[in-house]
Design a protein around this ligand. Structure first.
Ligand SMILES: Cc1ncc(C[n+]2csc(CCOP(=O)(O)OP(=O)(O)O)c2C)c(N)n1
Ligand SMILES: [Mg+2]
Length: 274
């Protein structure tokens, strides 16, 4: 099997894992997690130079999931790569678990930043990128944000700072699924034209199909897009990707499927019934 097919299969397996973990754990953000699967697969299986053995190495690449509510996607990837034991995934939603509804950097091996309150991942990542420059290190910092998250003022403070300090070791990815918690961004606080806004703040912008692993890898492989500028990938995605009745439907941000809906989703994702 060639590499790309392997990664596409990996993404499908991660989708199945996300769905099972959240359904068995009794709650979580399914559509937001499904939205970023290919972005995480492209980064963790091809781009990031971090392994379970190097999680404390000062020279490692850093990944920050700023939209922390999608953490189950990250948990599934980290467990698959051996950052912690896969059996931990069965504890999601139970008392005493290290795998909370938002990721905790003090508890979970491989998690670089505790996130969940939106608007903090980019400031956090910008600080690490600045430290990398000051220490003359050549690691990269990747931050995945939600598009609704870009309504937070702190995002734009970090955007200005990163451009001012020429942080070309920083790459942000916006999961541009056009939905926030309760509705479309356009119906709440529109943020378009998104690319022009970031460009005006001094970033180099590229756009991609956020579900096309090859396209994402090709882009990540050319970082920085421009010397002296932070890089941004606007990844066009579908919230709920892979479960037909959840795709692009805001109601599923907080809702959990009932038994019948679960069976439909299991069938679509190719999960064996228990
Ligand atoms: C500061 C802050 N305000 C509100 C919330 C509640 N909240 C959780 S997810 C979410 C929607 C975020 O939308 P977006 O960034 O587009 O992410 P998506 O769910 O589409 O992946 C909101 C408002 C939060 N986590 N943090
Ligand atoms: Mg969104």
């Amino acid at each position: 099997m060639d590499k790309m097919n392997h990664l596409i299969n990996k993404a499908e397996a991660i989708r199945r894992s996300i769905f099972k973990i959240i359904c068995e754990g009794g709650g979580g953000h399914i559509p937001a997690s499904l939205s970023i699967v290919e972005i995480l697969v492209a980064l963790y299986y091809e781009i990031l130079n971090v392994t379970p053995q190097t999680i404390s190495d000062p020279g490692r690449d850093r990944f920050i999931l700023s939209k922390g509510h999608a953490c189950v996607s990250l948990y599934a990837v980290l467990a698959d790569l051996g950052f912690f034991d896969k059996s931990e995934l069965d504890t999601f939603g139970r008392s005493g678990t290290i795998l909370g509804g938002h990721p905790d950097m003090l508890k979970i091996p491989g998690v670089e930043a505790s996130t969940g309150a939106l608007g903090h991942g980019l400031p956090f990542g910008t600080g690490i990128a600045m430290a990398g420059k000051m220490d003359n290190r050549d690691f990269k910092v990747f931050v995945v944000m939600g598009d609704g998250e870009c309504q937070e003022g702190s995002v734009w403070e970090a955007a200005m700072f990163a451009a001012a300090h020429r942080l070309d070791n920083l790459c942000a990815i916006i999961d541009h699924n056009r939905l926030q918690a309760m509705d479309t961004l356009d119906n709440i606080v529109p943020i378009s034209p998104l690319a022009d806004k970031w460009r005006a703040f001094g970033w180099h912008i590229m756009e991609a199909d956020g579900h096309n692993i090859k396209e994402l890898i090709d882009l990540f492989s050319t970082l920085p897009f421009q010397t002296g500028k932070p890089s941004m990938i606007i990844a066009n995605t579908i919230k709920g990707k892979g479960v037909s009745f959840m795709e692009n439907e805001p109601i599923w941000h907080y809702r959990m499927p009932n038994g019948q809906e679960m069976r439909v989703a299991y069938n679509e994702l190719g999960i064996e019934p228990q």
